[in-house]
Design a protein around this ligand. Sequence first.
Ligand code: SF4
Length: 480
Amino acid sequence: MGTPKKTLLVFLPTRSGVDGARSIHADAGGSAPSRWFDRPLRRLIRKSPFAIPPLSLMILSSIRVEGVSQSVCDLRFEPFPGDTRWDLVGISVQTGTASEAYELADRLRSGGTRVALGGPHVTMFPEASARHADLIVRGEADDLWREVLTDLRNGTLRKEYVQQELPDLSIPRPVHKELFDPGRYFTTNLIQTGRGCPHNCDFCNVHVLNGHRLRQRPIEDVVREVERFRLHDRRIFFFVDDSLNADPGYAEALFRRITPLGITWFGQATTTLGMQPRLLETFARSGCRALLVGIESVEPESRRAHSKNQSRSDELIGSIRNIRNAGISLYGSFIYGLDGDTLDTPPAILDFIDRTGLDVPGVNILRPTPGTRLFERLRREGRLLFDPDDPSAFRYTFGQEMLYRPKQIPLDRFIESYAALTSAIFTVPASLKRALAAPSAKTAVGIFNLFYTHLYGLSRHDLFRQAEEFREKTILPSGE
Ligand code: SF4
């Protein structure tokens, strides 16, 4: 066999939000003191729980094909290694970073480097993506990437690799993480136990991309992975599944096996966990210290309008109290701007946070993600604020930009009320109070709240600026 083919997998940072606290306006330098404050904070945020390796690249870089070597480049931490001649560069494309991914792909291809594009955006928008690539990978790439690497070695690359059936996760596919420098990340212990979601929320693309049927990995494989991972990194584990309690029988069996390993872990679950006492106890005993739960809305009308019906509002408060009483801190994620929301919603959210004692509240603006039912509906209703045929315009920010018109609240009133809501929730004293009251992971709770105090400040700054721009373009009536 000749010289091994060299491949590189690339991950791009988002412009703002989870990959750094900065304004989305390039010219918004801010005052000297705020710049002085921002820079170290941005570095700190990179070391925060957000800065974790991209799981998709961990999975793909674990595929071994004889005659092909794989490297990874996380552009959040390093420049593109342009001094190496790559036989193929694979770029993971999220909708929020599609423009940047296309720019990089075009630049590489004009220099003679072959580029493969894959990821959620490519799966949903293959035609647009194909214009920037030598080949595209559509769908979950667990098996397709092996085909790509084999074809690269054999000189038989095709233009398109399409997943026909969702990969069967009961087949063992060990994940390796040696290519990721632990020093860069808060932890490298990311574990996925399965994919798919049986629910149908219209703003979410998980069920669109990964299907409605839960596909789970064999418990034995997951346990072995945890054992192997902790040999090289003794820090916290993240179970990245969207809903760890979706199949209570599986979760119970898995976390009973995890308990003797003595790890501590964070994950995501639905609030139903508070009504599953046996599983809740098993989670707590197996080392669970914090969970993210999607509350989304305290308004029954909004939950109905967006098909978020898996738990009733009146059960939520009791469930949250039960989970916290079991010693697990909760990050509760709300969405403001759903179709049933009115100007009475922010006080209701504040009241809900007070009554439940949520440790880290996150209040997001509804984000129409291209490819979701919500996006198509808003397009039909003429409520999108950017060109719907340019999906890359719908980037990810940390609540810094309105992408659509709320149904029941005028745009400028919405921005004002959202700003007032985040100002009321995120203050330094409130952050410290929540940290002290948290049932566990007090330091992480304090850090999150303090970061959010800063990040929501940026959100307000950018939203007010957007409102000003809208006013100038007369999208908003002046004086409103
Ligand atoms: S928001 Fe959560 S529960 Fe709803 S479809 Fe998405 S992953 Fe499932």
